[in-house]
Design a protein around this ligand. Structure first.
Ligand SMILES: Nc1ncnc2c1ncn2[C@@H]1O[C@H](COP(=O)(O)OP(=O)(O)OP(=O)(O)O)[C@@H](O)[C@H]1O
Ligand SMILES: [Mg+2]
Length: 397
C-alpha cells in the first residue's frame, strides 16, 4: 500500500500513531504531578524498562499533558558525556523565565534566576560544560558555594518557592537517567527530597534502564521512599493489537485477525518491533485487509531493518571482547544468566571477565536483575547476536 501515508513510526523517540496500553501510567503520573502542585505529598516517578519499550515517547507525552494543564517543565536527556549541572542550567533558566511571566511569581522567579546564576558561577570550575546566559547577577551566598549537593538543593528550593507562588509546579523530565553519574545523581535526589519535605512543587519524572532502581538506592538509601519505579514493558496482546490496527483504521485499512496475531507473536509485543513489523506489513500489502501472508512476507524486511538500525547501533559500540561476551550470553539463551556460566562458555575465569561485564553495564547493554545475574537490556538481542556472529569461532580469542 502507499508508503507515503504509512502511519507507523519505528525509531528511537518517534511518537507512535497510537500510544497503546499506557493510559494507566499516564493517569497515575498526572495525579502525582497535580498532587505535588497542590502541596500534597506524592512520590517522584522513575519509569524503568528495556530498550525500545517506549519510555521516551511516554515521557514526552506525559510532559505535553503536564504543560497543557499549566505546569512548567524542563526536558533533558542525559547523554554519556555531559554533566547534569551543565544540562540542567540552561533548561531550568528557560523554565524560570517563563515562570517570571506568571502572575504574582515574578519577584520569586527572579530570585531563583539569581540562585541559578550563583549555581552556574560556583560550579563552573568543576563542570566546565556549564554555559549560561546571565539574566541577573548572583546574590552572594545564594547557591554559589561550589558544592553541587548544597547548591542544587538551594536552587531547587528557590525554584519551588517561585512555582508555589505561581500556583504551578516545576517538573523535571530526565531521559536516560542511568547515564547520570552517581556523584551527580545523589545531589539531585537530596534536592528533591528537600523539596518534598518542604512541600514545594518540584518533582522529577525520569526514565531509563532497569539498573536505575539500584543506582538510586546506592546513591541515597532513602531513594526507595522518594520514588516510584513503574515498569514499562512489552504491550499486552490486546494493547499490541490496538497499536497495530488503530492507525490503519484511520486510513480505512484493516488487518486480518491472523495477521495481527502473527505480528504480536513475532514481536512479543515490544513496541519498537511492533512499529517495524506493522510498517513493513503495510508496505508489502497490495490491498486491505492486510493478511497473514503479507506479514510473513514482511517479516524478513522488518528483521533486516531492525538488524541494520535498532540492533546495529548498539553492536557497533562494542569492543571485540564485549562482542564475544554477549555472544556467549546469547548461546545460553535469552537469559538472565549466571556470570559463571558466561565465563565458562568462553573458557575464562569469572574475575578476568569482570571488567568486561562492568563496561557492558556502563554502556547500558546488560544489567543485573539479581546479584550475579546478567541480562540483556535490548529485547531479543540474543537472537540478533546469533545472526550477526554465526558459528563457533567466537569461542576462540
Ligand atoms: N505504547 C506504544 N504503542 C505503540 N508504539 C509504541 C508505544 N511506545 C513506543 N512505541 C514505539 O516504539 C518505538 C520506541 O519508543 P521509544 O524510543 O520511546 O523507546 P525507549 O524505551 O525510549 O527506547 P530506548 O531505551 O532505546 O531509548 C518508537 O518507534 C515508538 O513509536
Ligand atoms: Mg528512549
Amino acid at each position: 500500500m502507499d508508503p507515503i501515508v504509512n502511519p507507523y513510526s519505528p525509531g528511537a523517540g518517534s511518537p507512535p500513531p497510537e500510544l497503546a496500553g499506557r493510559d494507566h501510567i499516564r493517569e497515575a503520573v498526572r495525579i502525582s504531578i497535580e498532587r505535588i502542585r497542590h502541596g500534597n505529598s506524592a512520590k517522584s516517578v522513575i519509569m524503568v524498562g528495556l530498550r525500545g519499550v517506549g519510555k521516551t515517547v511516554l515521557l514526552d507525552k506525559i510532559r505535553l499533558q503536564a504543560e497543557a494543564s499549566g505546569n512548567h517543565t524542563v526536558r533533558i536527556e542525559a547523554p554519556e558525556s555531559r554533566s547534569l549541572p551543565g544540562l540542567l542550567a540552561p533548561h531550568l533558566r528557560q523554565a524560570l523565565l517563563r515562570l517570571a511571566r506568571v502572575e504574582g511569581a515574578k519577584a520569586l522567579a527572579v530570585r531563583a534566576l539569581r540562585a541559578l546564576a550563583g549555581f552556574a558561577r560556583g560550579l563552573k570550575l568543576k563542570y566546565g560544560d556549564i554555559e549560561l546566559a546571565l539574566d541577573h547577577e548572583p546574590e552572594p551566598g545564594l547557591a554559589d558555594n561550589g558544592d553541587l549537593e548544597m547548591d542544587l538543593g538551594i536552587l531547587l528550593e528557590q525554584t519551588g518557592v517561585a512555582a508555589k507562588k505561581g500556583r504551578t509546579a516545576i517538573v523535571l523530565f530526565i531521559d536516560e537517567l542511568q547515564y547520570v553519574p552517581e556523584e551527580q545523581f545523589a545531589p539531585l535526589i537530596t534536592a528533591l527530597h528537600r523539596c518534598a519535605q518542604m512541600q514545594l512543587p518540584v518533582t522529577l519524572v525520569g526514565a531509563g534502564l532497569p539498573t536505575l532502581r539500584g543506582r538510586a538506592g546506592n546513591a541515597k538509601s532513602y531513594a526507595e521512599r522518594l520514588f516510584d519505579y513503574p515498569e514499562i514493558g512489552a504491550l499486552s496482546p490486546e494493547a499490541a493489537g490496538q497499536a497495530i490496527t488503530k492507525p490503519a483504521l484511520a486510513h480505512k485499512v484493516r488487518f486480518q485477525p491472523a495477521a495481527v496475531d502473527k505480528i504480536v507473536f513475532k514481536t512479543k509485543g515490544y513496541p519498537y518491533f511492533l512499529q517495524e513489523w506493522a510498517k513493513h506489513a503495510w508496505d508489502v500489502a497490495t490491498k486491505s485487509p492486510i493478511t497473514e501472508g503479507d506479514v510473513t512476507l514482511a517479516s524478513k524486511e522488518a528483521l533486516a531493518a531492525l538488524d541494520a538500525s535498532f540492533f546495529r547501533v548498539r553492536f557497533d559500540r562494542l569492543t571485540p571482547l564485549e562482542k564475544r561476551y554477549l555472544r556467549a550470553m546469547a548461546e545460553l539463551g535469552p537469559g538472565p544468566h549466571r556470570s559463571g556460566d558466561v565465563a565458562a562458555a568462553l573458557d575464562r575465569k569469572v574475575q578476568s571477565l569482570a571488567p568486561t561485564r562492568n563496561e557492558l553495564i556502563r554502556k547500558g547493554m546488560i544489567w543485573s536483575p539479581n546479584h550475579g545475574d546478567t541480562a540483556f537490556t535490548v529485547p531479543l538481542f540474543d537472537e540478533f547476536m546469533k545472526r550477526i556472529i554465526p558459528g563457533d569461532d567466537w569461542r576462540k580469542p
